[in-house]
Design a protein. Sequence first.
Lengths: 257, 264
Amino acid sequence: MIPKLEVKDLSYSYHSMDGETKALSNISFSVHAGEFLAVVGPSGCGKSTLLSLICGLLKASEGSVLIDGKPMETGDSRIGYMLQKDHLFEWRTIFSNACLGLEIQRNLDEEGRERVRRLLETYGLEDFADARPSELSGGMRQRAALIRTLALEPDILLLDEPFSALDYQTRLAVCDDISTIIREQKKTAILVTHDLSEAVSAADRILILTKRPGRVKDTITIKFPDNAGSPLLRRNCPEFSSYFNEVWKVLREGGAS
Amino acid sequence: MNEQVTSAQLTYVAKQNRRRRMVTAARVFVLIIFLSIWELSARIGVLNDFIFSSPSKIMSCMVEMIRDGSMVYHTGITVLETMVSFILVIVLGIGGAILLWSSRTLSEILDPYLVILNSLPKSALAPILIVWLGANVRTIIVAAVSVAVFGSILTLHNGFSNMDRDQIKLIASLGGSKKDVMMKVLLPGSVPMIVSNMKVNVGLCLVGVIIGEFLAAKAGLGYLIIYGSQTFQLTLVVTSILILCILSALMYRGIAWIEKRLEK
Ligand SMILES: Nc1ncnc2c1ncn2[C@@H]1O[C@H](COP(=O)(O)OP(=O)(O)OP(=O)(O)O)[C@@H](O)[C@H]1O
Ligand SMILES: [Mg+2]
């Protein structure tokens, strides 16, 4: 079976007048359709860089990114990117914020509007369609940002610490919320996070990177009983802490070397 | 509004209202005192009313100007010149700032020239403009535009370059180009900054128009001031200055009103 997304031997360096910063070195991994991959690693190891490379915002120095076995093109709308901050624009309503992607792709027809309206309805924001972003709570804003991404119907979602701007309580709820939506929509997802418990509770597999320049140190497959579907339920399983410790151990080994 | 209004709150509101009324009354009082002293000293001869004019003379001059239509005529010319140069400054300011924002190399090349042009006292240019363009409305407008436009470009460009890089990343991740960044984020997000820049510019344009009218006009408030002082009609000069005060206050208020409307 061809993986949904394949990253082959990817390397990237930033250049500035002060010199070269090698951010990623020979990264290879693949993600299957419908899989939820979490990426963890020390701060500054190149996680955000990796996502930017996958969605074509940056050009790789070496290596390639394949989607469905074919090289990825810039501006490929099969990939949706969710940033740490929601960046909802205050001068637009929630509805027109959610339509931004379609508008930019010159694709905002009645069908697209209908899709956005349905998404807002499904995820409990229909009463806020005409509201301004400042009238929403942090969790609702993050959901609106997700709808903005989903409106383009991407197959693959890239999430760069999308919950880290929220307080802890909201964060648990929103993580639960968003990962449920993503699984429901059968999207392939890559989640970058600093929070190991978030990674263990949400993902099917965890990719652990070394410190800069980032390399793949290990991958750990996470398996929970079928009745523990959502992140909040998973947090209560006995497996949860053993996976957590396993990831923690692998990450710490890097610190010693 | 079903919250309980406590008596302490009522006392506070009443006290604030009383204070505000007092301030307004005091302002009017200061004006009346000032005008009375001026009028009185002119009447009893402490002030030479040929040089210092007097409130009553200014009043009758105003009435006369309204009657013969010269008030509307000269004020209208000045307003028109200010508006035309103001609109030109807005267009050139935003256009120039976008141009600089779209090319970092261009902005680095032009930066020192803009800074020099901006700090140059523009009144020094007026005599050359008369030679180049003639003593006419064109010179006045160019003078007014030159007073405001360089500062406007620099201020707006500076604001544009401070835009959040992640917002650019967001537009790019949705498949947008630099033009999308400009249309969807840069311009709509900069409206408050552009309006507050307009507030400064309307004042600067008026300064530029008056400088231009001093040197190159046959009509307008600046012309009246120069004409009045050369023919020793000081009442005319003071009256024109008074009209100018009212005019600039109105223009500033106009932009402030637009600003308020946009905030909603
Ligand atoms: N525009 C840039 N120019 C130069 N160096 C950069 C740039 N962006 C990132 N870097 C460097 O590349 C490395 C990787 O950055 P990246 O943002 O991908 O890390 P990260 O893993 O996402 O970090 P964090 O966990 O803090 O978000 C960092 O050491 C950073 O200093
Ligand atoms: Mg990052």
